[in-house]
Design a protein around this ligand. Structure first.
Ligand code: SN0
Length: 322
């Protein structure tokens, strides 16, 4: 693997999940693989889990890690080609990425969408330019429209919990997974939801997406998922419920209503098969998800965050083994 930007960069998602779970059992088994190799983590937006878990994963593999919040600590970045840079931008992504690629063997890069121009965001312009100009393998730390390390950690979590609940290896049942839209006060990217859908559509699960009218994901991400505008019906017999807000794709980047009634709470949990409740974090308590769920054994948010390390380590291991 030379690029980890979406599920399409992975040959076999089941083997990658198995590899991550093996690393979780034996974190230091490959600590010489990363000797004398440098990982750069470059952020254009805030991060907690992605930054620390990827750093931890690299350290487990014996790598050196350099982290930079480029948006705050670097020169103002120009990403458009052919502009006369007589304004506020100081350095072009062609040079910035080119330079960073000389200092690092692998680079993780994060850039959120502007949520203003859909075609521009969905072209992944900034991420793709970074990949082109840095000339070393790149891991997406969340791009304008995808968050693949999160989705891999989510799939690891689902597999881990499902297998623990059904220890008999001959069990054939597949879990019902529901992605449910949640209210929010800020227009958020579709990235986490897009990626989760993209991974679930490839995984061996029964997958439903539920959201109010107007929040349909892009068709290439929704894929063959079952879609429902009735959250109660969608939640029936769910084994896993993934809670996430996203802004509208059709009315691009907009919040269409206050989303009243869509917060996941204990009342709705009763409709499910005692589901594990997931969220990528950071979560707005009492708005997206009720405290009573986050503070209950049904919450899997810390399991997911823990699995971020093993997701990142499996990906790094693959790139280092090139
Ligand atoms: C990001 C998102 O893509 O939804 C990162 C998730 C991993 N989340 C936010 O930006 C939350 C911001 C907020 O104000 O709650």
């Amino acid at each position: 693997m030379k690029l980890f930007s979406s599920v399409n960069d992975v040959q076999n998602i089941d083997s990658l999940v198995a590899e991550a779970l093996a690393l979780k059992q034996n974190p230091h088994a490959y600590q010489h693989l990363g000797n004398n190799k440098t990982l750069g983590l470059i952020f254009m937006n805030p991060s907690l889990r992605t930054r620390i878990s990827t750093q931890k994963a690299a350290l487990n593999l014996g790598m050196q890690v350099i982290v930079m919040n480029l948006d705050k600590e670097g020169w103002a970045l120009e990403t458009q080609d052919g502009v006369i840079m007589n304004g506020t931008t100081v350095e072009h992504i062609r040079e910035a990425a080119g330079v960073l690629g000389q200092y690092c063997d692998i680079i993780g890069f994060r850039a959120f969408p502007g949520l203003i121009n859909r075609n521009y965001d969905y072209s992944e312009d900034i991420f793709n330019k970074f990949v082109t100009y840095c000339k070393v393998p790149v891991i997406s730390l969340e791009s304008a429209i995808r968050h693949p390390l999160q989705s891999l950690a989510d799939l690891i979590t689902i597999k881990e919990i499902w297998d623990t609940k059904h220890p008999d290896p001959s069990h054939k049942k597949i879990p019902k997974v529901v992605l449910t839209w949640a209210p929010h006060v800020k227009p958020l990217p579709q990235a986490v939801a897009n990626s989760f859908a993209e991974w679930m559509n490839k995984a061996n699960v029964d997958f439903t997406i539920t959201h109010p009218q107007g929040y349909a994901l892009a068709p290439e991400f929704a894929g063959n998922a079952k879609i429902s505008h009735n959250q109660h019906l969608a939640l029936e017999n769910a084994d896993f419920v993934y809670v996430k807000n996203w802004s509208s794709y059709n009315d691009y980047g907009k919040i269409l209503s206050d989303g009243k009634g869509w917060m996941m709470d204990n009342q709705k949990l009763k409709l499910t098969n005692n589901a594990g409740v997931m969220h990528c974090l950071p979560v707005r308590r009492g708005l997206e998800l009720a405290d009573e769920i986050l503070d209950s054994p049904n919450s899997l948010v810390l399991n997911q965050a823990d699995n971020r390390t093993w997701a990142a380590q499996a990906v790094l291991k693959n790139i280092l083994s090139l």
